[in-house]
Design a protein around this ligand. Structure first.
Ligand code: ADP
Length: 271
């Protein structure tokens, strides 16, 4: 096993929205440095809430979540900033600035590492430019570098988003349904690119996927959520069709015709 260092540590985490029952409730979850993890589960299972919790966008109502040993809610501001800027995000809808060029969008990824006045003025150093160019080359968009983002195809825009995340020189990449807006050809292309980038840079990747078969193909570890709880944690090879059917029972992602027999304690296998 190459991965031993814990990058993300979750203990007795509960996240609630308002007074509703917790949207997420996970006792123990550790994700190692350089792991490629897919999060699956039916709609409303808590996938986005988990990803947002890792990024520090939602405050836990109970328990804790640490990234590289830092609890984003209790750490000093400086430490919080240091960790936050190393958490790269890739979204379903790309979240690019449409009127800016590929290069300008990717440069935005370096902003967290730039001083406040520089970022306010949009001044980038030679080092920022070097990092951005290197990320653009890595995703194969050199020829479109001065093209506006809104003139690119969806798949190309997601490539820009990958480059922007890379320009953050991330320790963790969080990808929230990164291929849900793409057609099958671009889905394949973008997932392969994300996997290549993840492994080349030894980044921890936590990616939610709407389509479980893609998690089985691309990830090395799959976490399955249902009703905010972790109901499967293991390699894709252990995620049988029967387990998927149980997981998505009542959801029309895949066909369902067997009775459920899973329990949390039986299925969850913390790393
Ligand atoms: P998934 O990504 O698996 O579809 P989510 O994490 O988006 O699931 O949602 C988990 C649960 O939390 C759902 O019941 C959803 O309705 C609820 N939820 C998510 N975001 C909010 C919010 N901002 N306010 C209130 N409830 C929310």
């Amino acid at each position: 096993m190459k991965k031993t260092l814990t990058m993300i540590n979750i203990e007795y985490l509960e996240v609630s929205y308002g007074r509703k029952a917790p949207a997420l409730s996970i006792d123990q979850l550790q994700i190692g440095r350089g792991e490629h993890v897919a999060v699956i589960g039916p709609s409303g299972a808590g996938k986005t809430t988990l990803l947002r919790s890792i990024k520090g966008y939602v405050r836990p109502s109970q328990g804790k979540i640490e990234v590289a040993g830092v609890n984003l809610w209790t750490a000093r501001r400086r430490e919080q900033r240091q960790i936050s800027r190393r958490l790269g995000l890739i979204y379903q809808q790309f979240h690019l600035a449409p009127r800016l060029t590929v290069l300008q969008n990717v440069l935005c990824g370096t902003l967290g590492a730039t001083s406040r006045w520089r970022s306010l003025l949009g001044c980038f150093s030679a080092e920022d430019l070097r990092i951005a160019w290197s990320a653009i080359r890595e995703v194969g968009l050199q020829e479109q570098v001065h093209q506006r983002a809104d003139t690119l195809s969806g798949g190309e825009q997601q490539r820009v988003a990958v480059a922007r995340a890379l320009a953050q020189q991330p320790s963790v990449i969080i990808a929230d349904e990164p291929v849900s807006s793409l057609d099958p050809a671009w889905t394949e292309d973008v997932l392969k690119l994300i996997a290549t980038v993840q492994s080349r840079h030894d980044v921890t990747l936590v990616m939610s996927l709407h389509q479980p078969h893609l998690a089985r193909r691309f990830a090395e570890r799959v976490l399955a959520l249902r009703n905010g709880r972790l109901v499967f944690d293991g390699p894709p090879s252990a995620l049988s069709d029967d387990r998927l059917e149980e997981l998505y029972r009542g959801n029309n992602v895949i066909s369902l015709d067997r009775a459920p027999n899973t329990t949390r304690s039986a299925e969850a296998t913390p790393a």
